[in-house]
Design a protein around this ligand. Sequence first.
Ligand SMILES: [Zn+2]
Length: 141
Amino acid sequence: MPLAKDISKRGFRNWYERQLLESVVYLTTCIVCAFGVAAFIEAYRSSGGAARGLLMLLAAFVSGIIAIHAWQRFRTMIVLAQRLADKATCAKCGLYGLLSVTDASRIAHPAYDERGVSNADDQNAQWLRVQCKKCHHEWVI
Ligand SMILES: [Zn+2]
């Protein structure tokens, strides 16, 4: 779901909270898979047969790929959430996070390419024009 639509639907505070929770899930996945890599490598070292050893190496490799992907997702989500949260306070009345999205950048490329790798340029190029729900002050985040 595009960023502006997601924030408009949930509200900024709920969107931010959800981003933090999802990023913690990705971080937890990363840590568990990193332990999985270590466990599968240890199982490979103590395995007797070649087929079992090969299976343990394959499992370690898959765990490593999942850990790397989860780490990339965690970093992307937490950086975006923090970047927007830093600018979510109204400069006029000081209210935090009660805003409505009035306009957004239109980026042709998604935040992730077809391989699931984040495109940092797209992330940094995103902007939202928002309006305070209390005093109607507008600014760009
Ligand atoms: Zn305001």
